[in-house]
Design a protein around this ligand. Structure first.
Ligand SMILES: *[C@@H]1O[C@H](CO)[C@@H](O)[C@H](O)[C@H]1NC(C)=O
Ligand SMILES: *[C@@H]1O[C@H](CO)[C@@H](O)[C@H](O)[C@H]1NC(C)=O
Length: 826
């Protein structure tokens, strides 16, 4: 005990002394002392000697002592005769909970032996506080308990009795709990805990309460116990997802196993009540379940199947989270997964119709094919641009969405391209863009659009005259770029007339291979060149044709002997030339002129004296035919000379002819030229005048000729526009200049005409010509009658002969050119 308590005991001692005297007075007979418990050793209970009526001396003599069973709490002070406390007295030990506690004592006194009985009543003091057995108690209460429920609490013990015993309980304040104390008859006061308000473990899982027990002593003693109320979890919270809907997007290229999303739910409950697992909601479609999976423990949503934006653009499904309480609770949410389109589909080109072959003459814009494009991707990934390879004559014409027609963009030409491989490229606008190519073969159908073409615009054929009829001349060939029937060619001769006879009677053409045959024999001297027109015609419908000219040149053969023009045999069997005896050596006596109807070498003429009266006097020039004196004429020379001249051509075989020239040597004849000169010199003034007139008339004739020429030229030009008939058309005939040589008739200039020279020419092509004589001619009425090509050459020569009055030509140095080159329009 503490010092404080001792002090209290001392006070109590004093109080009890007062009581003792009072009790002494009132109690008769039996001695009874009343003392409080827990007195100090040595405390005087009472003067037992005096109370028993013994003197002090007597008690020691008679050996007064206390006899008691058990512990000796008291002893007697023999000196003073007082009963004193020798041992601590705990009423609770002696008497327990009984309300009165009396210790009986026997007082033994000898001599004589006397027994006295005394009683000592031990009175309770509040020396015990109420006490709980457990210092800390734990009370488990499920949170689900309803308000009003009662839970018994441990009662406190207080050994003290009476008012010192347990009087009441108090509980620390709590809004959830309240205390109730039951009074049981034999068990005393029993405290109970009443739930005042619903508990929630999730808000407060432990409540700490202090229960205090109080006794009724003065001062009051108390004992406490701490009660920990553990609120036990009940599965009263469903899992709650952190989002009511989970939205996410994933590329359609996502590989299986890719985690897209993590579900997260919370459950406020504890233990298994708060352990969550995630699942698909009920009624989730198989499609979703085969495409996605949810990991039950982690809540991860991952891809397990193949995503395809084109199949499904979005998935929405319900998910739930379950705890493991009993019964289990569920939370719900939904998931929306949008699939992001990737450019994973190349465009598709569908040829819905193709009209091949297409005619080569199809007009621009003709539809060849109908094309459709598709791209299942969306947005730009699904937009398709279609184009064709630019080097083809086709283009695309969009009709309506994603439909195109392939049309011709320019004229087709089967001959250039019989078939086109049109490459159509579709590319989408994705990034990177995907492309598809398709080849469309367009065949081009032939149309007869090409005329046959001859291998040359004109053909030259050379045939020797006197050819055998029926020989093949040449072959012409033409080709046609078209196909099949359109390129099958037939040859024919376009009928025209040749010297009044249709060409078809001269020639035959093999219609299949173009070989030309002559049906006639030709005479170079009659006809040297002519042309036929051959036609090649295809079998198309309508058919096309083209013409080519075949120039047939008849080649000269030496089939004509030279013909003597001068001196003419018509004028007599022998023509006589006169020459003065005074003639010196080299004097030109005459000139033999011969022509050969052949041409070229066949017409090269040479002159040779075969026979002569006097070969030393006269000779003939080999080439010119001039007969000249070799020496001066002498007195002895015969006045009549004869020359037999052989005229040969240069052909193979050689053809020749002869002419006899008679010459008379005369005395006293003068050179006519000198006469003329004398005449001219005599009237000097007159001749000057004549010369002046001549110049004037020459100038005026030239002017007239020039004007005439201009008018004719203008006419010709007009004419040539209207038709093919123009005299100038032969201007390009250089190719056959040789056979068309000009005919020149040259007159000698030595006063009286001594000879006429025909230099050869081509009559055949001449339609007509007029003579163009010098105005000085005294024979201005001289005209050539037109020799046509059909005229015999010899006839013409006769005509010339007839027109030439012997020795009457007096003009000088004129050349008359007759030829188709200078031809004039008829
Ligand atoms: C053309 O046909 C005829 C008759 O069949 C033949 O004689 C000739 O040689 C042919 N010509 C050519 C160039 O083939
Ligand atoms: C071919 O010549 C004939 C006769 O001259 C003519 O009718 C025809 O038009 C010509 N054909 C061609 C393609 O020039």
């Amino acid at each position: 005990m503490s010092n404080g308590s001792r002090h209290l005991v001392a006070e109590w001692h004093a109080l009890w002394l007062v009581h003792f005297f009072f009790l002494w007075n009132t109690i008769q007979g039996q001695i009874r002392y009343t003392i409080p418990e827990e007195l100090q050793q040595g405390s005087v209970v009472g003067n037992i000697a005096k109370d028993l009526g013994f003197g002090i001396s007597e008690i020691s003599e008679r050996k007064l002592r206390i006899a008691s069973e058990g512990k000796q709490y008291f002893s007697v002070d023999l000196g003073k005769g007082e009963l004193i406390v020798s041992e601590r007295i705990d009423r609770e030990t002696l008497c327990g909970q009984s309300a009165s506690c009396v210790l009986p004592l026997q007082v033994v006194i000898e001599n004589p032996l006397q027994l006295h009985r005394i009683e000592i009543e031990i009175q309770d003091i509040n020396d015990n506080a109420p006490n709980f057995i457990t210092i800390k108690s734990i009370l488990k209460i499920p949170e689900s308990v309803i308000p009003g429920a009662r839970f018994p609490l441990e009662s406190a013990q207080d050994p003290d009795v009476g008012t010192n015993s347990l009087r009441s309980y108090t509980l620390s304040t709590s809004e959830f709990f309240r205390l109730n104390v039951k009074n049981l008859d034999n068990a005393g006061k029993v405290p109970e805990l009443i739930i005042d308000k619903a508990l929630d473990r999730e808000k407060q899982s432990v409540h700490q309460l202090v229960l205090t027990a109080l006794d009724g002593g003065n001062p009051v003693k108390s004992g406490t116990v701490v009660i920990n109320v553990a609120v036990q979890d009940v599965n009263d919270n469903a899992p709650i997802f952190d989002q009511t809907i989970y939205k996410t997007s994933v590329s359609e290229k996502a590989e299986p196993g890719a985690v897209i999303l993590r579900l997260k739910a919370t459950d406020l409950d504890d233990g298994p009540n708060g352990v969550l697992q995630y699942y698909f909601g009920p009624h989730t479609s198989d499609t979703v379940q085969t495409t996605f999976s949810i990991c039950p423990d982690t809540g991860e949503v991952s891809v397990i199947g193949k995503l395809d934006y084109e199949e499904s653009k979005s998935y929405t499904f319900n998910v739930l989270a379950k705890d493991q309480g009993l019964p289990e609770l569920e939370g719900h949410s939904s998931v929306q997964i949008d699939i992001v389109d990737e450019n994973d589909n190349p465009p598709e080109i569908i040829l819905t119709s193709l009209s091949s072959p297409v005619q080569e003459n199809a007009s621009v814009g003709t539809v060849v094919a109908l094309i459709n494009v598709k791209d299942p991707d969306s947005g730009d990934n699904g937009k398709v641009d279609l184009h064709v390879s630019p080097e083809t004559p086709f283009k695309l014409k969009p009709s309506f969405e994603n439909h195109y027609s392939l049309v011709t963009d320019s004229r087709l030409d089967r001959e250039v391209n019989p078939e086109y491989e049109v490459e159509i490229v579709a590319s989408d606008f994705g990034s990177p863009s995907l492309q598809t190519k398709k080849l469309v073969t367009v065949k081009v159908l032939d149309v007869n659009d090409n005329p046959p073409l001859f291998s040359q615009p004109s053909f030259n054929v050379y045939i020797k005259e006197n050819n055998a009829a029926g020989a093949s001349l040449c072959s012409v060939s033409a080709s046609d770029a078209d196909q099949d029937k359109n390129s099958l060619i037939s040859y024919s001769i376009v009928d025209s007339s040749l010297q009044g006879v249709p060409t078809s009677s001269y020639f035959y053409i093999n219609s299949e291979n173009g070989t030309i045959y002559s049906l006639n024999s030709f005479d170079y001297e009659k006809i040297k060149v002519f042309q036929i027109t051959v036609q090649a015609k295809d079998h198309g419908s309508p058919s096309l044709s083209s013409n080519a000219t075949v120039h047939v040149f008849i080649l000269d053969q030496n089939d004509n002997a030279p013909a003597v023009i001068y001196p003419s045999a018509i004028m007599g069997s022998v023509s006589h030339q006169k020459m003065p005896r005074s003639a010196k050596a080299g004097h030109l006596v005459t000139k033999v002129t011969a022509v050969d109807a052949d041409s070229g070498h066949n017409a090269w003429i040479s002159y040779k004296v075969v026979e002569a009266t006097d070969a030393s006097l006269l000779g003939v020039n080999l080439y010119t035919g001039e007969v000249r004196t070799k020496r001066a004429v002498s007195e002895h020379d015969d006045s009549s000379q004869r020359l037999l001249i052989e005229i040969k051509d240069n052909g193979e075989p050689v053809q020749s002819t002869t002419v006899t020239v008679g010459i008379l040597l005369e005395d006293g004849i003068h050179e006519p030229i000198s006469d003329f000169r004398q005449k001219a010199q005599e009237p000097g003034k007159k001749s000057n005048k004549i010369t002046f007139y001549l110049i004037i008339s020459l100038a005026s004739v030239s002017a007239v000729s020039f004007v005439t020429f201009v008018i004719l030229a203008v006419k010709c030009v007009r004419h040539s526009r209207r038709g093919p008939c123009c005299c100038m058309r032969r201007a390009d005939s250089d190719g056959y200049e040789n056979p068309n040589r000009n005919l020149q008739i040259q007159l000698n200039t030595d006063g009286p005409i001594k000879y006429v020279e025909v230099l050869g020419g081509d009559m055949s092509q001449s339609q007509s010509f007029r003579s163009c004589f010098s105005p000085v001619s005294e024979f201005s009425d001289f005209t050539f009658v037109k020799p046509s090509s059909t005229t015999d050459f010899k006839e013409m020569i006769n005509v010339i002969d007839a027109s030439l009055p012997d020795s009457a030509w007096t003009f000088e140095g004129q050349q008359v050119r007759i030829g188709n080159r200078m031809g004039i329009c008829a």
